[in-house]
Design a protein around this ligand. Structure first.
Ligand code: NBP
Length: 485
């Protein structure tokens, strides 16, 4: 077969098929391959029917030989060992300088490992986050590539042409950084997505179960919110979801079991945050909230033992709805501040030079967390590329300062009514901790020194000088090593 395809895409499930059609719409000839040939046949005679420049291959060697050099092979398969298996089958078929791209949700350490292993073999590897689900893949996803930068010039035009565009027309795709940096940023994107979804769910629960606002009314509330500073894909779809009726005419959401699933990227974000020692409380609360929701039968049993406080909501519902909107906005700022703290800590640890404003721009359209608000984040990092924390950017500092009184009232009211708002309240606790010059960690240090001779630093001595006290008069002079695990 004469090599004529610009790129090959391996893995024809929902993401792969839609990316192929997107690439083909942008003028690229695409070869396709899938483990199960019947799916390739169904794609070629179905969604890709009539597209002569989508070339179906039923043998891996034939697929590879159909590609122009340097060959670009993009994997859109299940993350994990499936990616390693395909890489090991592709390696003998490829030539030095050829490129393998993994567009699935791979865990970033795997991408780092694969980038280095393939570089040893003269092959260039890219691990890229692709966000936006089916619709994004078809009409413009957010694409976050990282890995071997030598491969970037060869895929740049394809990726940037198929990517979503910001309202200013900029592609939501740029080079992120080396190793697993692209998949790392996608992982944080997914973590933030967990946080955004949880925050929205909490505002729904508080207003519906706590204040008696009907699902239909809430549909209109979310629609209104979507025309202001909260404008985002997730608010928009929530407004729509709340208006959908079941066959009996009642809101469909009221029939959906309250047990949330997860595929692991939020968990990875949380585990990595713990490893890095970054207080990403809100994303972790969102992951744990899904976990708690899955204890459905145990919660049903517990609900028979513990009733909610029998205190009805009093006050103006309309005024409270506005306070909840304000609280949601403030908590969302904290969530993104935490996400960027984590990216910055990972960049520091791995020696990645990342452009935070550009990362926010890549999320501005095409992906699940797309929102107006991300434009402000890009501006904050462009105004001050050395910005320590989003909360310290003048725009966000001002927004949180103004929102704080309503945010506190909302959390207090939720606690009074017995409606759990773990993300809204942990975001507030984080904010209060972050803005506090003094925290009770002196007590923790004293306790650690008391029981384990772990030592402490003093306020009246330079940092790095460690002291130990014989608190009971019966301990010795020997202290434990002063290091942080
Ligand atoms: P899936 O994640 O369902 O993967 C389907 C593909 O993996 C098919 O080509 C399938 O081949 C192949 N595959 C599987 Br499953 N097990 C295999 C095995 N043991 N050996 C060889 N091939 C195997 O598809 P997707 O939802 O399109 O997602 C593709 C990637 O993109 C994943 O990493 C996913 O996490 C990521 N992603 C998904 C979304 C989304 O919204 N779905 C969004 C963003 C990223 P077969 O047809 O022969 O079974």
């Amino acid at each position: 077969m004469k090599a004529k395809s610009d790129i090959g895409l391996l893995g024809l499930a929902v993401m792969g098929q839609n990316l192929v059609l997107n690439m083909n719409d942008h003028g690229y000839t695409v070869s396709v391959f899938n483990r199960t040939p019947a799916k390739t046949r169904a794609f070629k005679s179905g969604p890709a029917a009539g597209r002569d420049s989508v070339i179906a291959a039923y043998d891996l060697e034939e697929f590879v030989q159909s590609l122009k050099q340097p060959r670009r092979v993009m994997l859109m398969v299940k993350a994990g060992h499936v990616v390693d298996n395909f890489i090991s089958m592709l390696v003998p078929l490829l030539d030095p300088g050829d490129i393998i791209i993994d567009g699935g949700n791979s865990h970033f350490p795997d991408t780092t490992r694969r980038t280095h292993d393939l570089a040893q073999k003269g092959l260039l590897y890219i691990g890229t986050g692709v966000s936006g689900g089916e619709e994004g893949a078809r009409h413009g996803p957010s694409i976050m590539p990282g890995g071997n930068k030598k491969a970037w010039p060869a895929v740049r035009d394809i990726f940037r042409s198929i990517a979503a565009k910001t309202p200013n027309g900029e592609p939501c795709c740029d080079w992120i950084g080396p190793d697993g940096a692209g998949h790392y940023v996608k992982m944080i994107h997914n973590g933030i997505e967990y946080g955004d979804m949880q925050l929205i769910a909490e505002t729904y629960h508080l207003l519906h179960a706590g204040c008696g606002v009907s699902t239909e009314e809430l549909g209109a509330v979310f629609e209104r919110w979507n025309s202001g500073e909260l404008e985002s894909f997730l608010i928009e779809i929530t407004a729509e979801i709340l208006t959908v009726k079941d066959t009996d005419g009642t809101p469909l959401v009221e029939h959906i079991l309250d047990a949330a699933g997860q595929k692991g990227t939020g968990k990875w974000t949380g585990i990595d945050a713990l490893e890095l020692g970054v207080p990403v409380t809100l994303i972790v609360e969102a992951v744990f909230s899904r976990a708690l929701s899955s204890y459905k039968s145990e919660r049903q049993e517990a609900s028979r033992h513990f009733s909610a406080p029998n205190i009805p909501f009093s006050g103006s519902r309309n005024a409270f709805v506005e306070k909840v909107r304000t609280a949601l906005y403030a908590a969302k700022i904290v969530s993104y501040a935490q996400g960027f703290m984590q990216i910055s800590a990972a960049a520091h640890q791995n020696d990645w030079k990342l452009d935070y404003g550009s990362i926010a721009r890549m999320w501005r359209a095409g992906c699940i967390i797309r929102s107006r608000f991300l434009g402000e984040i890009t501006r904050a990092f462009e105004d001050n590329p050395k910005l320590k924390n989003l909360l310290l950017a003048p725009f966000f500092a001002d927004a949180v300062r103004k929102a704080a009184p309503a945010w506190r009232e909302v959390v207090i009211e939720a606690v009074r009514l017995g409606i759990p708002v773990p993300a809204l309240s942990s975001a507030l606790a984080f904010f209060d901790g972050y803005r506090s010059e003094t925290l009770p960690a002196n007590i923790v240090q004293a306790q650690r020194d008391y029981f384990g001779a772990h030592t402490y630093e003093r306020t009246d001595h330079p940092r790095g000088e460690f002291f130990h006290t014989d608190w009971t008069g019966t301990g010795g002079d020997v202290s434990a090593g002063s290091y942080n695990a």
